[in-house]
Design a protein around this ligand. Sequence first.
Ligand SMILES: Cc1cc2nc3c(=O)[nH]c(=O)nc-3n(C[C@H](O)[C@H](O)[C@H](O)COP(=O)(O)OP(=O)(O)OC[C@H]3O[C@@H](n4cnc5c(N)ncnc54)[C@H](O)[C@@H]3O)c2cc1C
Length: 526
Amino acid sequence: MQNSLHNKPAPRAAGGAGPARHPRALVWFRRDLRVADHPALAHALRAADQVWCVFVLDRALLHELPWEDRRVAFIRASLVDLDAGIAALAAGSGSGRAARLIVRHADAADEIVRLAALLDVQAVYAHHDDEPAALARDARVAGRLAADGRRLLTFKDHVVFERREIMTGGGTPYGVFTPYKNAWLKALHARPGLLAEHASDGDGGALAAPVAALVAPWRDGAAVPALDEFGFSARAAAALADPGLRPGATGGQELLAEFLDRMDDYDATRDFPAQPGTSHLGVHLRFGTLSVRRLVALAMERVTGGSRGAQTWLSELIWREFYQQVLHHHPHVVARAYRADCDDIRWEQGEEAEAGFEAWCAGRTGYPLVDAGMRQLTATGYMHNRLRMVTASFLTKDLGVSWQRGEAFFALHLNDFELASNNGGWQWAASTGCDAQPWFRIFNPVTQSERFDPAGAFIRHYVPELRLLGGKAIHAPWRARPVELATARITLGRDYPQPLVDHELARQRTLARFGARGSGSPVIGE
Ligand SMILES: Cc1cc2nc3c(=O)[nH]c(=O)nc-3n(C[C@H](O)[C@H](O)[C@H](O)COP(=O)(O)OP(=O)(O)OC[C@H]3O[C@@H](n4cnc5c(N)ncnc54)[C@H](O)[C@@H]3O)c2cc1C
């Protein structure tokens, strides 16, 4: 789906899809850092005689991040990979032209308008970004380009189905996942061509675009500045030594190839954080270093072959799109509960709640699985999905702290932080969200630990002070006999905290908290 944010309809190519031909175009890369299957790039190459590619390291976004932010290191390394990808495309085109990525550190809106004027392009090509702040930015850019007689042309890329593409028969958005998923699958079966790749290398089938139009920026030298040239510590790059965080389309392809060997077992292994069950591709979907269409196509192939693992994995990709459409239709979730009646919940405040929140952030709650999950997050930027659910439940339902505080902490630390999924996940766990966990179902952090880390291997890795503790005591050290603690060289309260709360008492408090929330307010989507 193509959108012109300009008031005038975009000119169409005679007899074909996409914009009409024009001399010059600029492709604005944002959360789509790859050349393969890139609709905006493919459309620009088909429409224009000369095409420049740009990424803006946006000052407004970057200045809020810590100077050792792993994601910035990931983005920078992914830009180096993208630059090489563009150069390789141009080299393979036989046009004799070299091409590179233009990288700027500036206010993105200002810089795109400035660059469009400098290069005198007729159109800027980009992909939809439906986060509220990005929509506002794009509307500003479109308006300023239009004032200069240029267009911002945007295309769907980040999801298979977006915006109003999957709606109920009554024309309303879905509020429950399973019927949404069924409608999503039905829509895909009806339009299999949707997954066709937007190749730019001449051999990609119907949507392939010629690449001879790619041109180089006007200045030589390294395209991508070093981290410290735009205010970040070079030490942030150390995060890229983690084999789970391989940057760029190249890193994404490697991780994908490894995951393809495990995909069929995904349903059996995905809940056990000590096992290499999940894909670790979240960060690649976030920054578009892999195309979601490609991942869905690979999963569908296996589903057709009867793979239950692929079927479950595909469901997770559809959860991602479910939350994207929740954000699109209900942007109030960014600031408030999806369910209006849940805005009245009285979360704990004051010194004790603050101390609880800090202990949770530091992985020192005294509940080993919760602490292991939180330490995995702060040490690596990744947290296993089972632990995201357990730690979020613990913060909101054992400590009674508002989901918004947890959401913000995850947003700061997760490599794969995605506004829609993070908000959806937190509101699911806190029972304030769309198709959420019922409020009276409260995870028991000890039984979760016994079920999903039965041998305590994950806990021992991230909470090494407990590594000598054997048997069931690893899940609840305060229940260990004194001799077990002595053998494991642990004094509770000194080497490892006493549990911060009694789970059963906390459960009762949560039931009372939810029972007392406002009644009579409308509940959306049910
Ligand atoms: C409190 C909480 C916060 C979360 N925050 C985020 C976030 O900021 N960004 C994010 O991408 N996911 C988030 N999730 C969803 C999920 O935990 C991660 O997508 C998953 O753990 C990423 O690991 P993976 O790439 O190995 O996933 P896999 O299990 O291999 O799944 C493949 C992909 O499917 C998508 N996916 C999987 N599960 C979900 C889900 N429940 N909801 C939405 N998409 C899903 C992701 O894009 C993921 O990469 C959150 C979940 C919870 C409970």
